[in-house]
Unconditional design. Structure first.
Lengths: 683, 121
């Protein structure tokens, strides 16, 4: 089918991108569906959209031979088909099965090309889906023939549209056919306006185009519409001259003409159903927005970012040349070059900002995923939870969002599993029956903060301290600050063992969460009040792609410190340094600043004794402060951090390397990691 | 050069169909991402064959078939429906409305090529 490996590789990539997009949308729609299932009446369009999504996915997966996805989406589609055709009722149990199948589908789609074997899980999901979907055929002759709708229209209705039509009849609605002619140039707009107006008070079942008897530049449409309104009211709704309205079957009961625009209800019919609300971003919208967005491989953006980074370096070289020219006496030329370089710098800054913005996505995408998990887990555990979201439009680098997705899931699960109490326990404790989880995000300088706060039982600090004592982490219970004790939770193997098991679960502890977040130069903090709740605060850099760094040297080696973590720098000498419990500290205004000598941290032997004066670089991430002692500061520069590769992965204190442009490579400090280590050994 | 209109909302499926057809040589593809787009394209681009999906966001494929067969201008154009094994009913309807072929996704590329050659000969 394809000519080369390259082409088929690209086709598979396209498939994956589209599949991910479909799965993402399905997930969102499923949440909306679950909401309206709770409240009663559902928008049939929404259910149909979900059906179409799984249908498309099945078709695509089949073409590319992904049997797992095909099988799963096929069975998902079957159940959704039964649901939209009204053969199965949307019960909470069915909803759970749908959520589970969807989650598995997401996992399989994401794990393509090297994921673990999910066949057992898929077989189970398929069995559950099938158990829900009724195999019974719709049975019986269609009563639609009796309505008197022209054959031509009936014949082009899909099975689903037939079902919707019947559903409208069953509800006692009148069926109208609206005939209109539009210019071929603008028919979608005209049609869009009419269907929008109609949807407010009924359901547009189908839109059948027909070749117009009128000039070639025109096109006719037959809109099949079910509503409780009478003919005059429908006409008023459409408010156009060239629309013919025909009525079929179930005419409104009252013989007396009701005033236009009033809702006529036949006595036997149920109370008026709430107006069908068009799904947010209707079909029209998706068709339009499709042409206005471009899907880009993040690798291409990385490449662009690298080029921008290299351009920035070239710019530094040019500026340096200008300086040299001035020193060597070409002053007028040097000034001109200097001006040109300034102009270049401005544009480069814009370019850099532009490329960076492309990588940014709202954390709302992550929140959506977490919302699903909250729903699912709370259902499983019978806990009642109000989830409140704040700052979903805060933007963050896509790669960071991806990398923190798993740790965030873990934190949310912890909050539900171990934080929030069951309803009866909450009531007994004098709390509202429903627990609250606040998921919020906001920008703070060059960082983005994400907080997960719940009003559950909180962490029993005394218990944590006793555990720490048992494990030999502390020698006595006295004098251990609560803040420090909470940090123990992040130690490997601390939280997953027996007695403190309510702090975490599932074998993966908070240490893994911490490491994952540290991998993207982030920090995680915990605050908790026993009996009142726990708050997890995650501080992340906005992007990892390109950053300003402070260049420092110590013992003859150079390092870069991300400027976002640098609070201030201080010139000091040995006389300024105190020792508290064999740890070096510096009195910075009212507070005691713990210190780390960089060469000792990395175990570098000094060739020459240090000079009397040195610098303290005060760094801080989240609420923690640390002074890093270095020999000298050598300047500031934009750097593009590149990962060190697997060989150096997890090398303590280093988050990556950067190219300085003059053939020198420099190591970038992992400030969060250094702070963490300093505090741990200090505690 | 024969022109073929593909009405299909999945971009991946569109390009897959396009690749399959273009590899035959002598065919040019006109892509429509929705039924509406197909309706707009038809008067502008005289085509030799139409391939449509059934499930599309605005009008469905059956409606497109019905439109094509009711128009004096397009009545003669061969038309295939390619859908994911939709219900037997939909298939029957499609063929009754005047679709020439009903293919099921995942389709067999060789079979599609064969049919295209046959109907555009």
């Amino acid at each position: 089918m394809t000519n080369s490996h390259d082409e088929s590789g690209r086709a598979v990539e396209d498939f994956l991108a589209e599949a991910e997009e479909i799965v993402e949308r399905l997930n969102t729609d499923l949440v909306t569906l679950s909401d309206c299932a709770d409240s009663g009446e559902c928008d049939p369009d929404l259910l149909n959209a979900i059906f179409r999504g799984s249908h498309s996915l099945k078709g695509l997966a089949g073409m590319f031979g992904f049997a797992d996805i095909q099988l799963l989406s096929h069975n998902l589609e079957n159940l959704l088909d039964s649901l939209r055709l009204g053969k199965v009722t949307l019960s909470p149990e069915v909803m759970t099965v749908l959520f589970d199948a969807m989650e598995l589908l997401s996992t399989v789609v994401r794990g393509l090309g090297g994921g673990e074997d999910c066949s057992a899980a898929i077989a189970e999901a398929v069995a559950r889906l099938n158990a829900c979907a009724s195999a019974e055929p719709a049975g019986g002759e269609s009563p639609l023939q009796k309505l008197g709708i022209p054959e031509r229209i009936l014949n082009s209705l899909t099975e689903y549209e037939e079902h919707r039509l019947l559903e409208n009849v069953r509800k006692g609605r009148t069926i109208y056919s609206l005939h209109a002619s539009f210019s071929l140039m603008s028919f979608d707009q005209d049609l869009g306006e009419i269907t929008e107006a109609l949807k407010g008070a009924g359901e547009v079942v189908s839109t059948l185009p027909s070749a117009s008897a009128t000039p070639e530049s025109m096109i006719d449409f037959e809109i099949l519409y079910g509503t409780e309104l009478d003919r005059d009211a429908v006409a008023a709704l459409v408010d156009r001259e060239n629309v013919d309205i025909a009525t079929f079957g179930a005419a409104p009961a009252p013989a007396t003409p009701s005033p236009a625009a009033a809702v006529s209800i036949s006595p036997a019919s149920p109370p008026p159903a709430p107006a069908v609300v068009p799904a947010p971003g209707g079909e029209e919208m998706t068709a339009k927005s499709m042409s206005r967005t471009v899907r880009v491989d993040i690798g291409k953006l990385d490449e662009l970012m690298n080029i921008v980074g290299e351009l920035v370096l070239s710019h530094s070289t040019i500026s340096a040349l200008g300086t040299r020219m001035r020193l060597e006496g070409f002053s007028s030329l040097a000034i001109e070059l200097g001006k040109a370089a300034k102009g270049l710098e401005r544009k480069l800054t814009e370019l850099q900002k532009g490329v960076m913005e492309i990588r940014m996505i709202p954390v709302g995408q992550l929140f959506e995923k977490l919302t699903r998990i909250v729903r699912k887990v709370s259902r499983e555990q019978g806990k009642k939870i109000d989830l409140k979201l704040f700052g979903a439009d805060t933007e963050l680098d896509k790669l960071i969002i991806e990398d923190i997705s798993d740790p965030m899931v873990h934190i949310i699960r912890n909050a539900i599993d171990h934080g929030l109490e069951p309803p009866d326990e909450r009531v007994a404790a004098g709390k509202p029956e429903r627990g609250t989880i606040r998921l919020s995000s906001y920008q703070k300088g060059n960082h983005v903060v994400i907080e997960v706060a719940e009003d559950g039982r909180g962490i029993n600090i005394e218990k944590v301290k006793r555990k720490a004592l048992e494990k030999g982490l502390i020698k006595t219970l006295e004098g251990v600050a609560d803040r420090d004790a909470l940090d123990f939770i992040f130690l490997p193997g601390f939280s997953t063992t027996d007695k403190v098991s309510e702090l975490s679960g599932r074998g993966v502890g908070m240490d893994v969460v911490k490491n994952n977040i540290a991998a993207v130069s982030g920090m995680v903090d915990i605050e908790s009040e026993f009996g009142r709740g726990t708050r997890v605060i995650i501080t992340l850099p906005i992007t990892l792609a390109i950053i300003k760094a402070l260049l420092v040297t110590t013992a003859g080696r150079s390092y870069a410190i991300p400027i976002t973590s640098v609070l201030e720098t201080i010139i000091a000498s040995d006389a300024d340094i105190d020792t508290v419990e064999r740890k070096e500290v510096y009195q910075l205004r009212q507070t005691t600043l713990p210190l780390v000598r960089l060469e000792r941290f990395f175990g570098i032997a000094r060739q020459a004794p240090p000079s009397g004066e040195f610098y303290i670089v005060v760094v801080g991430v989240a609420e923690k402060r640390l002074g890093i002692i270095v020999d000298d500061l050598t300047g500031q520069q934009d750097i593009v951090i590149k990962s060190l590769g697997d060989m150096f992965k997890g090398y303590r204190g280093i988050s990556g390397a950067a190219d300085l442009g003059d053939q020198r490579t420099i190591l970038v400090l992992d400030v969060g990691g250094i702070i963490g280590e300093a505090f741990r050994s200090g505690g | 050069m024969k022109k073929i209109l593909i009405a299909e909302d999945s971009s991946t499926m569109r390009s897959l169909l396009a690749t399959t057809i273009e590899s035959l040589g002598g065919y040019q593809i006109v892509e429509a991402a929705s039924g509406f787009e197909a309706l707009r394209l038809l008067p502008r681009e005289p085509v030799d064959l139409i391939i449509t999906d059934i499930n599309m966001p605005d009008i469905n494929g059956l409606e497109l078939v019905s439109f094509v067969r009711s128009s004096d201008n397009y009545r003669h154009i061969p038309l295939f429906i390619i859908s994911t094994e939709g219900s037997e009913r939909d298939r029957e309807k499609g063929l009754t409305l005047g679709a020439n072929e009903y293919l099921v996704k995942p389709f067999d590329p060789a079979r599609l090529q064969e049919l295209i050659v046959k109907y555009t000969a």
